[in-house]
Design a protein around this ligand. Sequence first.
Ligand SMILES: [Zn+2]
Length: 349
Amino acid sequence: MTQEKWEQRWHPLRQEWVIIAGHRQDRPWSGETLAAEDEQLPQHVDNCYLCPGNTRVSGEVNPDFAGVHVFDNDHPCVGPLAPENLASAPGVYDNAPATGLARVICYGPEHHLRLSRLPLPRVVELLQTWQQQYAELGARDEIDHVLIFENNGDAVGVSNPHPHGQIYATNFIFKTTETEVAASEAHRQATGRGLFEDMIASEREDGRRILDEADTALSFVPYCARYAYEVFVAPKQRHASIADLSTTEIDDLAVVLRSLLARYDNLWQMSFPYVMALHNAPTDGADYSAHHFYISLHPPLRKPNLLKYLAGPELGGGNFIADTWPEAKAAELRACPTTHYVEDLSAKD
Ligand SMILES: [Zn+2]
C-alpha cells in the first residue's frame, strides 16, 4: 500500500466522513520498542487506592475482594450530591445539576494484571458485571444513559495503573449514542434491516479487516476507522444492550475481546494503550430496538512512540483525518498471535 492515494469514507453510525490519508504515514516503523510495563508492576501496592485491604481517600477500606469489584467513585463528576443551587445560566446558555452516579469497576485484586492478561473466566465475570451494572443503573428513573468505559495507559492519562474501568450513569444521553441510535433507527425505517448487521455483512464480504470470529461474536477494524488500530467487538445478533446477551454470547464476546487485547499488546510487545467504550442503548424508556450493542476500542498510538493528535480537522472541524489505511492496520493485527507475549515468555521459563 505505497501508492499515492487517499479517499474519504462514510461512517454510517456516526453519520460523518472520515478522510483516509494513508499515503502520509505509510512507512514501516523500525526503531526500538518500549519496555513492557506489566512485568515490572508488583501484585500489590500499599498506597494504591484500588488494591484490596487499602484505605481510599474517602476513608473507606477496600474489602478483600477476589474477583471483579465495583464501588462508587470517590471523585465523581456526576453524583447524587451534585450541587443543586446553581447560578442561573446567562442568556442563551443553560445548565443543570450534574446528578447521576459514577462508579469504578476494579477488574481484580492483582495490581499488575491488565485486562489483556486476565484469565478468561475473569473476563467473563467482568462482562457479567457490565450486564448487571447497566441493568441496575439503567432501571433508575433519573438515569437516561449508562456509559461504561476504560481508559487504559499513560497515553490516555490514566492516574492509576491498577486495572479498572468506569461507569458514568447520567441524566442525559451522551452525544455519540444519540447519533448512533438515530442512525440505526433511520436505517431500519429505510431498509427494514439493522445498520450494524449490514456493517458486519459488508465486513465479512470484504474480509480483510476481520480479526477474530466466534460462533456469536466477532471483531474487526471498521472500514471507516478513525484511529489507526480502532476495532469494534460485537455480538453478531442485534441486542440493544449488553444486558440482553445470552450466556453463550457473553462467553464468545469474552473470547474475541481477549484475543484482540493480546494482539494489541503483542503488536509492539508493550502494554497497548486504548480507550474502550461500550455502546449500549439509552435507558430513558424509549424504543431502541434498532440499536446494536457493540464495544469500540480507540488506541491513541499510530506507532510505539507516536500519538494521534486531535488537531484542526478533528477539534476545529469535527471530522477525523486517519493517517493509515484500515486494511493495512488490520493486516498487522491479524499477523499477531492471540496468546499474550508475557504468558508466552513465562510458559517457556
Ligand atoms: Zn493496586
